[in-house]
Design a protein around this ligand. Structure first.
Ligand SMILES: C[S@@+](CC[C@H](N)C(=O)[O-])C[C@H]1O[C@@H](n2cnc3c(N)ncnc32)[C@H](O)[C@@H]1O
Length: 277
C-alpha cells in the first residue's frame, strides 16, 4: 500500500506544522524499520558508501521538508542508480503519482525493474546509454547532448542526488536545459552538488579534500579519476540553472566541508517559474 499515513496534500496544507512533521517522522522511521522493503546485495550497490536504506530515507525527508515534495507529484529521478531513492519513495508517493528513473548503468535499472516496478507499476525505470568515463565508458550518447525520452512539462519534481558530483559543467548545463523543458510551471529541481567557496578546500575536516581541476572553476578529489568526485566554484551550478530558465529557491550547504548540516552534499532547489513560457 502506498502512503500509509495521512500525507494527503489537503491534510498537509491544513494540518498544524507540528502534526505534519510528526506524520513525516513516523513514516521515515517505519521505512527504516521495514524489512520487507527490497534492498540490493551490498556488493552490487555501486552508488556510494554508507547505509543504502538510511541514506534513501534521509533524502526522502529532505525532499519533503525542504523540497516540498507532495505524495501526488510526478517525479523524475535522473541518475537513479540502484533505486536508493525509489524504494523509500514507494512508501510516500500515492497511486496517482508517477516516478520515472533513468540511469546509464543497466545493472541498477534491471534491479529496479525486478524489485520495484513489479510491485509498484507506477514506478518505471529506463536505461539511457549516456557516456560516462567511470559509469558507462563507450556509451552512445554524449552527456552534453542529452535529450530525455519524456514530453515537455511532464514532471512536478526532478531529483539529481549525487549525480552532478560526477559530471562536467557542460553536462550539468545540458541537464539544466532538459529539466527546464521537463518541469511543469511551479515544478522543482532538487539537486545535490559540491559548491566550493573560498576556504572550503583548506579545511582539514573537509571530505573530500579538493584540489583545483583542469576545467576552470572545477575542484577534484583524485586526479586519476576527476569525475569520481567533482565540485565547482559556488556560483557556477546556480548560474547554469538560471541560464536554463530556472529560479534558485534555496542553496543549503552540506557537511562535506566540515561544518554542521543535516545533509552531506550541498542541496540546490530550483523552481521553474509559474509564468515560464
Ligand atoms: C553516486 S551514484 C548516485 C545514484 C543515485 N542518485 C543515488 O543517490 O543512489 C551516481 C549515478 O549517476 C549515474 N550517472 C552517471 N553519469 C550519468 C549521466 N550522464 N546522466 C545520468 N546519470 C548518470 C551513475 O550511473 C550512478 O547511478
Amino acid at each position: 500500500m502506498n502512503a500509509p499515513f495521512n500525507l494527503d496534500p489537503k491534510f498537509l496544507d491544513t494540518a498544524p506544522v507540528s502534526v505534519a512533521n510528526a506524520c513525516l517522522e513516523t513514516l521515515l522511521k517505519s521505512i527504516e524499520r521495514n524489512r520487507f522493503l527490497p534492498e540490493p546485495d551490498p556488493a552490487s550497490v555501486f552508488v556510494g558508501d554508507g547505509n543504502y536504506r538510511a541514506i534513501g530515507t534521509e533524502y526522502l525527508g529532505h525532499y519533503v521538508r525542504i523540497g516540498g515534495l507532495k505524495p501526488t507529484d510526478r517525479v523524475l529521478d535522473i541518475g537513479c542508480g540502484i533505486g536508493r531513492m525509489a524504494v523509500p519513495l514507494t512508501q510516500y508517493l500515492d497511486e496517482t503519482a508517477c516516478y520515472e528513473g533513468i540511469d546509464p548503468v543497466n545493472e541498477g535499472i534491471e534491479w529496479c525493474v525486478q524489485n520495484v516496478s513489479r510491485v509498484y507499476p507506477n514506478f518505471r525505470f529506463c536505461r539511457v546509454d549516456i557516456a560516462h568515463e567511470l559509469y558507462n565508458p563507450g556509451g552512445a550518447v554524449k552527456g552534453s547532448e542529452i535529450v530525455l525520452p519524456f514530453g515537455d512539462a511532464k514532471f512536478d519534481f526532478v531529483t539529481m542526488i549525487s549525480v552532478a558530483t560526477h559530471l562536467p559543467l557542460e553536462e550539468i548545463a545540458a541537464y539544466a536545459r532538459e529539466v527546464s523543458r521537463l518541469l511543469a510551471p511551479g515544478g522543482k529541481l532538487f539537486l545535490t552538488a559540491f559548491l566550493v567557496s573560498e576556504g572550503d578546500p583548506d579545511r582539514a575536516e573537509a571530505r573530500p579534500q579538493f584540489q583545483p581541476g583542469a576545467a576552470v572553476g572545477s575542484w577534484i578529489a583524485d586526479p586519476a579519476a576527476p569525475l569520481g568526485a567533482i565540485g565547482f566554484d559556488m556560483p557556477l551550478i546556480p548560474g547554469v540553472l538560471e541560464e536554463a530558465g530556472l529560479r534558485i529557491d534555496l542553496v543549503s550547504p552540506g557537511h562535506w566541508r566540515g561544518m554542521e548540516s543535516a545533509h552531506y552534499q550541498d542541496v540546490i532547489i530550483a523552481v521553474k517559474p509559474e509564468d515560464a513560457p
